[in-house]
Structures are given as structure tokens and as C-alpha cells.
Design a protein around this ligand. Structure first.
Ligand code: DQA
Length: 143
């Protein structure tokens, strides 16, 4: 089973981007951790990042053809994107929203997720381990 792990804007900057909030791991480190967890769970992990909203939309559509589920950290598009909401609604594979930080403990504008109502569930606040928790959740719902 293939799982898409999709990352939105600025997540390519992890490691040097606000390490007090996001920690010191790079996105490459997180990809390696996801692939290791994937091997344990029996998932092939297709791990991607884009700073472009439309590319993320395309990847959701592609996931509907190729993946058993999607874990997405949509970055700031979480809080703004009707297009991502609609893309998630348009596909039939389960999508889990995740965040490294606890968005509810941060600025008010991060409290609202445009995509959460279209997702199966939301995981946030566990640092990079949020990715691993999302993979376990997908294992549970795709089994
Ligand atoms: C984030 C939280 C978002 O509010 C922010 O825009 C990000 C990262 C997180 O993983 O904590 O880019 O999705």
C-alpha cells in the first residue's frame, strides 16, 4: 500500500526555520523517519513538498489513483485554502491533517483550519512525531 505524505509551503525550510517552534529536524530527516515507520507498518511512503497550492491540489487528485491514504501538513494553506478543502472532498481516499506545532496554542489565525472538515482527523502538537502518529492513524483506518 502506498501512502502519500504531502507537505505545503515553507516546510522545505525545516531545520533552520523557527527551530524554537518546529525543532531542529530537516524535512529530509522527517522523510527518513516516515520511511522507517512505513517499513514497520507495511506502507510505501511517497513523500513530497511543494510551495505551490495548485501542485498540492494535483497531488491530492493523483493520490486518489495511486494511494491508500494521505497524511498532509498543508502549512499555512491549512488556514486559507478552499482549493485544498475541495480537493480533499473530491477524492475518496482518507486524508489526515497534521501539524508539527500545536496550532491551537499559537496565533488566533492558526486556530481555524479550512481543510479539517474535509479530513478524517487532525493531529497536531507532537513535533515531527505528528507525522508518525498520522501514519499509525492511517494504518488503523485502512486495515
Ligand atoms: C504548521 C503550522 C502552520 O500554522 C504553519 O503555517 C506551518 C507549519 C505546523 O506543522 O506546525 O507552516 O503546519
Amino acid at each position: 500500500q502506498t501512502i502519500f505524505v504531502l507537505n505545503g509551503p515553507n516546510l522545505n525550510m525545516l531545520g533552520k526555520r523557527e527551530p524554537g517552534i518546529y525543532g531542529g529536524k530537516t524535512l529530509k530527516d522527517i522523510e527518513a523517519d516516515c520511511k522507517a515507520a512505513g517499513r514497520e507498518l507495511g506502507f510505501d511512503i511517497d513523500f513530497r513538498q511543494s510551495n505551490h497550492e495548485g501542485t498540492l491540489v494535483d497531488w491530492f487528485h493523483e493520490a486518489d489513483e495511486k494511494a491508500a491514504g494521505v497524511a498532509v501538513n498543508a502549512g499555512a494553506y491549512t488556514h486559507t485554502s478552499v482549493a485544498l478543502h475541495d480537493a480533499i472532498r473530491a477524492i475518496s481516499v482518507p486524508v489526515i491533517e497534521l501539524h508539527i506545532s500545536n496550532v491551537h496554542a499559537r496565533e488566533e489565525f492558526r486556530h481555524k483550519s479550512m481543510i479539517a472538515p474535509a479530513c478524517k482527523g487532525v493531529i497536531c502538537g507532537f513535533g515531527p512525531h505528528s507525522y508518525i502518529l498520522a501514519l499509525h492513524a492511517l494504518k488503523n483506518i485502512t486495515a
